[in-house]
Design a protein around this ligand. Structure first.
Ligand code: UD1
Ligand code: UDP
Length: 365
């Protein structure tokens, strides 16, 4: 029986979550390999994270690429099944809620490979979000569930998950943020992007905001109203580019659209911002740590701890211009709290639990 731990990553948010877990497992001598499914493939959506976060080169690059949910998931299932059959891992470790996560969870469950889910238990209770479907299925199939917040532990308990499988470990995304904090240079970001005075950073890529042309037009109108008050810089995810540009995104002189940024450059820009407007999951967490006001353009969040503890609030398109005006007038809060165990040690906690699981399995044989 193998002692191999196989990490499955594939999309941008997976990489900052996997880096500290891989590093910590390496420190305790666990046999591990890294899979990149190829769900994201542009340099700025993928390779830049490997260069900046000290991630090892993937041992397997499956090159699955883009497609509809069905086609992409089917391609992921096929490629991952072949690899799992060849490697016979003892554990598969999956991250977050993307299609690569779901596919790896299904393959592991069908082949009887034990499954660990990092960032288990988050719930938006919004089944129109593809990520919510991915989270529910992945958690249902997991043997070891690593939660980032107490609400996630509670959701898993309510769904009947055995409490012995659930571990509140903190947030590996935050391990990565804290490990790189001194590299987030707000002044360098200002110089690079030629920014003077107040500015807002925006990131928008959720299907509910950008896919439909009426939504894209309404969003662009809102962003232009915000840009009437303050400069906006928008590192644009490839998903929204066509629909938002078609809706006239580029027409406002104070709204600057740039390509997706590297992790360090992005967080340098966020660190110096007066506010962030986003629909990203990870960005809600990062702004909570950096104390930057976060205005989330969504009707719900699977990360309520960023509201109860952090700097996040949910806003509608209609509310956004007035809310930005209020934030600019008030300035940043000088004190705020961060969620429990978001202390940079989630990776080592996860590594210890996984190593103990491997050892108890080996001694049971
Ligand atoms: C995926 C995740 C989402 C996550 C986001 C993070 C799923 C269901 N969704 O959404 O949860 O928040 O990643 O960034 O897994 N594309 C490129 N270059 C790339 C990758 C994608 O141009 O390197 C374009 C393609 O046109 C593709 C589209 O972006 O069809 C969407 O990519 P996909 O991975 O399907 O979903 P995301 O919207 O990126
Ligand atoms: N990010 C980045 N450059 C960008 C936008 C985002 O490096 O231009 C980082 C940021 O740290 C964020 C992570 O990518 O937390 C994943 O974000 P994304 O919004 O793609 O995914 P989500 O968290 O919404 O699933």
């Amino acid at each position: 029986m193998s002692d191999l731990v196989l990490h499955i990553t594939g999309a941008r948010p997976n990489f900052p979550k996997a880096a500290p877990v891989i590093r910590a497992l390496s420190a305790v001598g666990v046999n591990q390999r890294l899979v990149h499914t190829g769900q994201h493939y542009d340099d700025k959506m993928s390779a830049v994270f490997f260069r900046q976060l000290g991630l090892p080169r993937p041992d397997y690059d499956l090159g699955v690429g883009s497609g509809s949910h069905g086609r992409q998931t089917a391609a992921l299932l096929t490629a991952l099944e072949d690899l799992f059959v060849e490697l016979q891992p003892a554990f598969a470790v999956v991250y977050g809620d993307v299609n690569s996560t779901l596919a790896a969870a299904l393959v592991a469950a069908k082949l009887g490979v034990r499954l660990a889910h990092v960032e288990a238990g988050l719930r938006s209770f919004d089944m129109t979000m593809p990520e919510e479907v991915n989270r529910l299925v992945t958690d249902r199939l997991s043997d070891v569930l690593f939660a980032t917040s107490p609400d996630a532990v509670a959701h898993l308990g309510n769904e009947g998950v055995d409490p012995g499988k659930i571990h509140l470990v903190g947030n590996p995304m935050i391990d990565t943020l804290l490990a790189n904090l001194e590299n987030f240079d707000a002044e360098a970001a200002r110089t690079t992007h030629d920014l003077t005075g107040s500015y807002v950073v925006a990131t928008l890529h959720r299907p509910g905001n950008v896919d439909d042309s009426a939504d894209a037009q309404a969003l662009v109108k809102t962003l232009h109203s915000v840009a009437d008050q303050v400069q906006i810089i928008l590192p644009l995810h490839p998903r929204g580019r066509a629909s938002l540009e078609e809706a006239g995104l580029l027409a406002h002189p104070r709204l600057r659209v740039v390509d997706p940024l590297g992790y360090v450059e992005f967080l340098g820009l966020v660190r110096g911002a007066d506010a962030v407007v986003t629909d990203s999951g990870g960005v809600q967490e990062e702004t909570t740590m950096l104390g930057v006001p976060c205005l989330t353009l969504r009707p719900n969040t699977e990360r309520p701890v960023t509201i109860s503890h952090g700097t996040n609030r949910l806003v509608t398109r209609e509310e956004l211009p007035a809310v930005v005006a209020g934030v600019l007038a008030t300035g940043r809060a000088t004190t705020w709290t961060v969620p429990p165990l978001w202390d940079g040690q989630a990776g080592p906690r996860i590594a210890k639990i996984l190593r103990d699981e491997l050892m108890s399995e080996a001694s049971a044989r």
